[in-house]
Write a protein of this length. Structure first.
Ligand SMILES: Cc1cc2nc3c(=O)[nH]c(=O)nc-3n(C[C@H](O)[C@H](O)[C@H](O)COP(=O)(O)O)c2cc1C
Length: 168
């Protein structure tokens, strides 16, 4: 149901793909996994490989799964799944069965990382680099007041895109 394409064949604008459509960050194994909605990040080229960037606050349940595995996925959906993405971005997998409540159907990549059959595009990613954001590192300090008043900084991940899948 998915076919593999080259990352360079993704024709959509990544700013809209992430910022407007949003994405699900999913990690774990078939036995236990979790997913959360994200609308901040990027897609680019670094260390001579295609990469994606994601930022995850450590209090997210998904964070534990991302930290504990080498791979994770970024899944992109059509407008018909907006409700499912809103749910995955407002409820925590700690106290909600998000698979059941969202109605999404898990699908597992070769690395074992979870994604969803309803996705239009799935990026299977391998962690390359991660670093906690720190107040000192902000050049524009107004971002701290605006987004991190509670001190709950994101961890930034640079991820190699090891496979890109689209509905085929
Ligand atoms: C549109 C949208 C975008 C979001 N983007 C991010 C993000 O980039 N990073 C993040 O840590 N949380 C983000 N969130 C919040 C998480 O999705 C939310 O806290 C979620 O309930 C976490 O679920 P979990 O505890 O099961 O991991 C976003 C939420 C929404 C609705």
């Amino acid at each position: 149901m998915f076919k593999r394409i080259k990352v360079s064949e993704i024709s959509e604008n990544p700013v809209d793909m992430i910022g407007k459509k949003w994405m699900l960050i999913s990690a774990g194994t078939a036995d236990k996994f979790n997913m959360m909605t994200a609308s901040w990040g990027g897609i680019g080229f670094m260390w001579n490989v295609p990469v994606a960037f994601a930022v995850i606050r450590p209090n997210r349940y998904t964070y534990e799964f991302v930290e504990n595995r080498d791979t994770l996925t970024l899944s992109f959906f059509g407008e018909e799944c907006r409700k499912a993405l809103s749910l995955c971005g407002s409820k925590s997998g700690r106290d909600t069965d998000k698979v059941r409540e969202s109605g999404l159907t898990p699908w597992f990549c070769e690395s074992g990382a979870p994604a969803f059959e309803e996705a239009q595009t799935v990026l299977e990613c391998r962690k390359l680099y991660s670093q906690m954001m720190t107040p000192e590192a902000f050049i524009d300090k107004s971002i701290i007041d605006k987004w991190y008043g509670d001190g709950n900084f994101h961890r930034l991940y640079a991820l190699e895109i090891i496979n890109a899948f689209v509905k085929g």
